[in-house]
Write a protein that binds this ligand. Structure first.
Ligand SMILES: [Mg+2]
Length: 446
């Protein structure tokens, strides 16, 4: 690795026309085209490359792509050994550039771009070490793992020494937990049944389909219309029974009091959690909703649009959430997500990662597997979201067996997309986009 340095970073705008079937539709994102800003990090050895991405919903991906290009200039020419020897320092350099940080800091487009680039750096590292990413993390000593994390702004919640102690506490069980992971994987739940744009018949048949595949937990979108939510929850409970877990997700559509009132109406369906009931920035609002829904047995979950580790810290400190939903393509990539896992462990909140968007299932499984072996030591009350979309575009797609994520065996972070998919779906010049624009299925870009 000593001889390797970064020569070039290539960024592509890749979009899939999911709005045509309303796949992924929810109360706020009514017609998303699931997309990503896709980063390829090249080195002076043409056989050594890393791939990273951040998820987007269509329009605006070009802005994230531009941000990726600007940020990537910060690492071009850097030796890989310098990056990985003190990864926290590199992460801080990327997120604290004295001019660029004005555009964030550590939030919004710039932080999405940071995630894409940082995810690519981790993929590159795991490929060089010839390990799947989860195994790279698992094989690190507590001190080495901690050296990747920037603790600025969170030391009032967790110190480096506490983090090392938590990681050490589990070390004697690592081998046993790794072999149980390899044997059975980690539990998944499905969100595929209940996109808001799907009709009742489709809802019924998807419930039957995923029940037959062994799923024990299901999630549906809510929040556009109460009567329709009541009807849809009724249909789902009829199909899956009351023994299985059912969660609902409002994707930030409500005010705080409205969220409480709406959920009281749905409480009879025995819901495990309400996800994103209100603005992702409203820590006090989440705390209030949690407090008021506790008598109804409904937990509060959020995190997929949480801006950074500081927001997560506040959600945990203020006891605002029952489930912490990290997202692999948000906040500043793996380095910052590790900090959130450590804080969640300290505050005893289980992490149930968000996934489903392009590449999110592929990436986040690695992190939850590391957590299982090195930190939480259990899969109790924890599961990873699963959505059966866009996996075919990845060289090493997720492997689900009996509704469990099985540990990836190929090297890297499972982020490499197929060349053919890039040729077809790069926006707007990919062959599929050219066809759809030509056939007036989509307008030509401005
Ligand atoms: Mg969600």
């Amino acid at each position: 690795m000593d001889e390797l340095y970064i020569t070039k970073v290539n960024v592509k705008d890749v979009r899939f026309p999911t709005s045509l079937n309303l796949d992924g539709s929810d109360a706020m994102h009514t017609s998303p085209d699931y997309s990503c800003a896709y980063v390829t990090i090249r080195t002076n050895d043409e056989n050594v490359e890393g791939y990273g991405l951040t998820f987007t919903c269509g329009r605006g991906t070009e802005i994230v792509v531009q941000a990726c290009r600007v940020i990537s200039k910060l690492i071009i020419g850097t030796k890989l050994s310098d990056i990985y020897h003190d990864f926290a320092a590199c992460w801080r350099m990327i997120t604290s550039d004295p001019q660029l940080r004005w555009l964030g800091p550590e939030k919004g487009v710039m932080h999405l771009a940071t995630a894409a680039l940082v995810n690519g750096l981790w993929d590159l590292w795991a490929r060089i070490e010839s390990k799947p990413l989860w195994k790279l993390l698992v094989d690190m000593s507590p001190e080495q793992l901690i050296s990747c994390i920037d603790f600025r702004y969170i030391t009032d919640a967790i110190t480096k020494d506490e983090a090392v102690a938590m990681l050490r506490a589990n070390s004697s069980r690592r081998a046993e937990l790794e072999s149980s992971l390899r044997a059975t994987g980690l539990p998944a739940y499905t969100t595929q049944i209940g996109w808001l744009g799907y009709g009742d018949e489709q809802l019924r048949s998807l419930c039957a389909k995923y029940l037959a595949q062994g799923y024990k937990a299901f999630k549906a979108k809510v929040g556009q219309d109460l009567d329709s939510d009541l009807r849809r929850c009724e249909i789902i409970r009829k199909a899956i029974g009351y023994e299985k877990d059912l969660m609902v997700d409002a994707n930030q559509v409500w005010d705080v009091d409205q969220a409480v009132d709406w959920m009281k109406n749905l409480a009879k369906f025995k819901l495990k959690w309400i996800e994103e009931p209100t603005s992702p920035d409203d820590v006090a609002g989440h705390a209030k909703i949690r407090e008021q829904l506790r008598p109804f047995g409904i937990g509060v979950a959020t995190g997929e649009m949480c801006a950074n580790r500081v927001m997560f810290k506040q959600l945990l400190q203020m006891k605002a959430i029952d489930y912490c939903q990290i997202d692999s393509a948000r906040i500043g990539g793996i380095n910052e997500i590790l900090a959130v896992y450590l804080m969640a462990k300290k505050f005893q909140v289980p992490v149930c990662p968000h996934a489903g968007g392009v590449g999110l299932c592929e990436m986040v499984q690695h992190l939850q597997m590391w957590d299982y072996i090195c930190l939480s030591g259990t899969s109790r009350n924890r599961m990873i979201e699963y959505v059966d979309q866009q996996h075919e575009h990845f060289e090493n797609p997720t492997v689900i067996k009996n509704a469990h994520y099985m540990p990836p065996t190929s090297y890297g972070y499972s982020t490499k997309m197929k060349e053919e998919s890039l040729r077809k779906y790069e926006y707007p010049h990919g062959t599929e986009w050219q066809r759809m624009i030509h056939e007036n299925i989509f307008p030509a870009p401005e």
